[in-house]
Design a protein around this ligand. Structure first.
Ligand code: ATP
Ligand code: MG
Length: 237
């Protein structure tokens, strides 16, 4: 039997900002390995470093120490342009606040990243993606003309359209009510499984985290062992 493909291989990652007395150690030696197709929930109290870990694992922020390999790319060996290229098409990101471009329609929001990759069928693919998230009837609506749940569907379509190996979601249901949040999560898991993407999802919702294959808990810039409830309450296992 061969080992499964490893999509994230992070070793002893540190992130410190500022200098001398003003230095803040945000990540204090995080090691994490995630296999292809796996779904991982990242849980932890506010300020524990979840979004910061996502930022370095997605190449948006450079770690100050340790090593990160994502989908075969060695982030430490890449310059800014190289990092941007490694991200493109390989990593999709869904954020709490949707972050759609307000001057573009739903289909344009999904198609433009595909065009940037050089796809010549960007609009056809964007339409298929929006149909897959149940928005075939909202192609030419602008974000302001869409509900919160609909905007998050567009954001999911945009993130998944390039068929990234890895999908990050940072509190994707944080701005939605319970019913809309549950529908968005069903959709996110369905699209993840249909496309075979690896999913790393930040959440404060324990019930939601249990739908993932694995739960990783963080506290004070580190990954901690023990029960999820204790980790969230800041109690040592
Ligand atoms: N640019 C920055 N400069 C200094 N400190 C920062 C910076 N960005 C984040 N931090 C600090 O790093 C710590 C981790 O922040 P991060 O946003 O990763 O937490 P989080 O676990 O995502 O929290 P939340 O659940 O509230 O979103 C926090 O203490 C935060 O104040
Ligand atoms: Mg956060």
């Amino acid at each position: 039997m061969t080992a499964p493909d490893i999509v994230i291989d992070a070793r002893d990652v540190t992130l410190s900002l500022g200098k001398d007395a003003a230095q803040v150690d945000i990540l204090r030696g995080v090691s994490l390995s995630v296999a292809a197709g796996e779904s991982v929930a990242l849980l932890g109290p506010s300020g524990s470093g979840k979004s910061s870990l996502m930022a370095v694992l997605s190449g948006l922020e450079r770690a100050t120490g340790g090593s990160i390999r994502v989908a075969g790319a060695d982030f430490g060996a890449l310059d800014e342009d190289g990092l941007a290229l490694a991200r493109r098409g390989r990593i999709g990101i869904v954020l709490q606040a949707f972050h759609l471009l307000p001057t573009m329609t739903a289909i344009e929001n999904v198609a433009v990243p595909l065009e940037l990759e050089g796809a010549d069928d960007a609009f056809a693919r964007a339409e298929a993606e929006l149909v897959a998230v149940g928005l075939g009837h909202r192609l030419t609506h602008y974000p302001a003309q869409l509900s919160g749940g609909e905007q998050q569907r567009v954001a999911i379509a945009r993130a998944i359209a390039p068929r990234p190996a890895l999908l990050f979601a940072d509190e994707p249901t944080g701005n939605l009510d319970a019913a809309n949040g549950a529908a968005i999560m069903d959709l996110l898991f369905a699209r993840q499984q249909e496309t075979g993407a690896t999913l790393v999802m930040i959440t404060h919702d324990i019930a939601l985290s249990r739908r993932c294959d694995r739960i990783v808990t963080m506290r004070d810039g580190r990954i901690v062992e023990g029960s999820v409830e204790n980790a969230l309450a800041g109690i040592d296992a």
